[in-house]
Design a protein around this ligand. Sequence first.
Ligand SMILES: [Zn+2]
Length: 370
Amino acid sequence: MPIPLEYTRRTLDEIRAGSPEHVEQLFADLRADFDAASSTVDSADAWKSFRDAWIGRKSGVLSAISDNWLKPAPPELKRVVGAALNQLRAHVEAVIEARRLEVEVSADQAAAVREHVDLSLPGVARSLGTRHLIRQTMDDFERIFLSLGYSVATGPEIETPYYNFEALNIPETHPARDTMDTFYLDLPPGALTQYLLRTHTSPVQVHTMESHPPPVRVIVPGKVYRRDNPDSTHSYMFHQVEGLAVDTDITFCEFKGTIEYFIREFFGPKVKTRFRPSYFPFTEPSAEVDASCIFCDGAGCRICKFSGWIEMFGSGMVDPAVYGFVNYDAKKLCGFAFGLGVDRFAMLKYGISDLQLLFQNDVRFLRQFP
Ligand SMILES: [Zn+2]
């Protein structure tokens, strides 16, 4: 019959363990109690309480037996109690260690079930990135013009009115400023210089001519900003490529030949170009460049408004007044400049009807242009 554990708090005299047989019976009962208790341990917390109850240094059963049974035992019983206690201690420690391993293993198994990963399930496919259509179009422009001996220049998107307007022959009162609704930056207190977001890439022309003696042949790809409401053909931020060639012997023929070559390289050999007189403050004469409609081959369709031609971009021979701002000798030099909308070229080439698609970064749209 199991004995209540509080027996171990009493001395052997109190429980009248008068004979070695009685002592061995007490230990056998204790061991049965211990075995019964050990079978109920089913978690790490239960195991800790169980361990402390039996082999805890201060209040454990084995300590109590040592203090209350072994130490005060009469000499004739000491060996019997000592041997029985040692046997019990060895058994208790072995079982507690075994139970620890079992509890840990079952905790691991529970965690394994909880965190089970099925390696045979198919993975989540990640979309592979592609070059954005704008980037592809700009790369096309760069490829074509680099093959003609041009280099690529870049400049700041935050500009002063001087570089964005004045040095391009657009004085403060010029009506052309109205057509480029400009974002001005807030002037910090005490600041003397007004800043704005460039409305075209043309300021880089001025920077380039200021820092490089002629001859100059550059294209300038970049972002420009205007206060336009976003719709299918407008955006407050869009992309331009500016071109500038200045040398001592540049003629209108070279200008025309360069543009024709570029349009054919970009849209295909069948596309024809034409020049219409136009006006820009920084070119004289100025020309609007049209290309034969790439959708109907010039026969006339809805997109070209049945004219057979599509307006492409503005250009012209550099106005000599511009050379005056950068200390170029207007008597010896001549050149041409053009500025075209990258987004518009991409839309025409790839048949995109809404400009906003280029800025929404919807992968379903972008992955169509690998
Ligand atoms: Zn057409």
